[in-house]
Design a protein around this ligand. Structure first.
Ligand code: SIN
Length: 479
């Protein structure tokens, strides 16, 4: 297991010599000590990335693509080891961790293939002596700040396209999950990523983030995390007008119309809501169910939720692992008591769960709440836990208005069998990602990202490649 930072091609401790502890959220056991890096470590990585940029960006696109592709293949080869490492530091069930490694590898495969098509264009000029060329060039040195909920895929979703188009990148992973990032970096070196092209700096997020945005060598920062931190980054980016991609919080509505396939809607609700224990930016936060189906939907959702096994992610058959930390559990409890005080009906769950002795007190039973209202905290803020609050509706226009009544606009879901309604509602929802009878829309080839306070820009798809390219216009006067 790699426990040092990768800076400019070398495995090193923090310049200060300080370290911090990585713990298993299921048991609180210490897993590793890693460097507690700060601005000086980030600066060294950025300077290494700037030195590596000319040669890496000059490499022909197919050569870069081969290396990025090989990196993805190594993730697949090491899937089991990486998944176990992820579960040990993040807590998610092993099956989900294996799925995330495959998902992470798919971003590298996609970027390797798609970056070969980073075409510019020529534009017909207005006079015979001119030619107009549009060049696509890598942005330059880029940085990424990645979250703990998807410790591997959120790195490759950024680093895959960045490296494939010729950028270099410094990654700052979440404090809770640095080991997955360091393991990915090890495999990048094995794949042939040259020194300095990809660095990983673990440590103090505000200090490292401040260096990323004050250092004029850095041309772009890609961030996944909370809207609150996203806003701070927007302000700090003014110093050098650093380009930003921001994938921020969401508050997804999940609408079940009266003509929905109820089996599909309940199965979708269960997989969407309880994936990663509800610690997912795109998971449903507000269920809107047509009044004619509400009772049955709630009953079936609760039956499904009760059947989910809670326990350490390494245990066979577990569906919901521990929450990431004590703050996460406290937030769930705050949302729950607020909802109950405001009249919600607890249908199942509603309390911490104790799978067995010797574990941390950080497990939460999957919870279904009925008769929720928009005033409840769980219906306005991200709970980031396994809580499914249900509201009802009777009218299409009204439910679309209520679904859109949020400062967030990341993902929305709805179930209907009416084709006209499908297109009407998909167009009306103010969200960057819309799952129409599809509760799991994430995939490498599609543009992922939000509207309103859920972020700026898109990751994945062609848009995710474009995000790491500059457009240069060359006006050529032919003599
Ligand atoms: C996220 O929670 O932001 C990532 C989820 C995904 O890629 O499906």
């Amino acid at each position: 297991m790699q426990t040092r930072n990768l800076i400019d091609g070398r495995w090193v401790g923090a310049i200060s010599g300080r370290e911090f502890t990585v713990r298993d959220p299921a048991t609180d056991a210490q897993i590793a000590r890693v460097p507690d890096g700060g601005p000086a470590d980030a600066r060294a990585a950025i300077e290494g990335a700037a030195r590596a940029f000319p040669a890496w960006s000059a490499l022909p696109a197919p050569d870069r693509a081969r290396i990025v592709r090989r990196w993805g293949d190594l993730l697949v080869r090491e899937q089991e080891r990486l998944a176990r490492l992820m579960t040990s530091e993040q807590g998610k069930p092993l099956g989900e961790a294996r799925g995330e490694i495959a998902y992470a590898a798919s971003f590298l495969e996609w970027a390797a293939e798609e970056a070969r098509r980073a075409y510019g264009r020529t534009i017909p000029a207005s006079t015979p002596d001119k030619r107009i060329l549009v060049l696509k060039q890598p942005v330059g040195v880029t940085c990424a700040i990645t979250p703990w909920n998807f410790p591997s895929a959120m790195i490759t979703r950024k680093a895959g396209p960045a490296l494939a188009v010729g950028c270099t990148m410094v990654v700052k992973p979440a404090e809770q999950t640095p080991l997955s990032a360091l393991a990915l970096a090890e495999l990048a070196l094995e794949a042939g990523v040259p020194p300095g092209v990809l660095s990983v700096v673990t440590g103090d997020a505000p200090a490292i983030g401040a260096e990323f945005l004050s250092n004029p060598l850095v041309r772009k920062l890609s961030f996944t995390g909370s809207t609150e931190v996203g806003k701070l980054l927007v302000r700090a980016s003014a110093q050098n007008l650093t380009r930003l991609s921001l994938e921020l919080g969401g508050h997804a509505p999940f609408i079940v119309f009266e003509d929905a396939d109820l089996d599909a809607a309940v199965a979708g609700a269960l997989s969407n809501k309880f994936r990663n224990g509800g610690q997912t930016c795109i998971c449903a936060n507000r269920f809107f169910v047509h009044e004619s189906l509400r009772e049955e939907f709630v009953e079936r959702l609760a039956r499904g939720a009760r059947a989910l096994r809670v326990g350490p992610g390494t245990d066979e058959g577990v569906h919901i692992g521990p929450m990431i930390d004590d703050h996460a559990v406290a937030k769930i409890e705050r949302h729950l008591s607020d909802a109950l005080a405001k009249g919600a009906r607890l249908v199942c769950g509603g309390a911490r769960s104790r799978p067995r002795a010797g574990l941390a007190d950080r497990f939460f039973a999957p919870t279904v709440l009925d008769r929720c209202t928009p005033e409840m905290l769980c219906c306005t803020e991200e709970t980031f836990g396994p809580v499914a609050p249900v509201q009802s509706f009777t009218d299409e226009a009204d439910v679309v208005r209520r679904a859109n009544d949020s400062p967030f606009g990341l993902a929305a879901y709805f179930y209907t069998r009416d084709a006209s309604r499908l297109i009407r509602v998909a167009e009306a929802l103010d969200y960057g990602i819309v799952g129409a009878s599809d509760a799991l829309p994430s995939t490498a080839q599609a543009p992922f990202g939000g509207m309103k306070q859920s972020g700026l820009g898109r990751e994945g798809g062609r848009e995710g490649i474009e995000a790491f390219l500059e457009t240069k216009y060359v006006s050529w006067r032919v003599g």
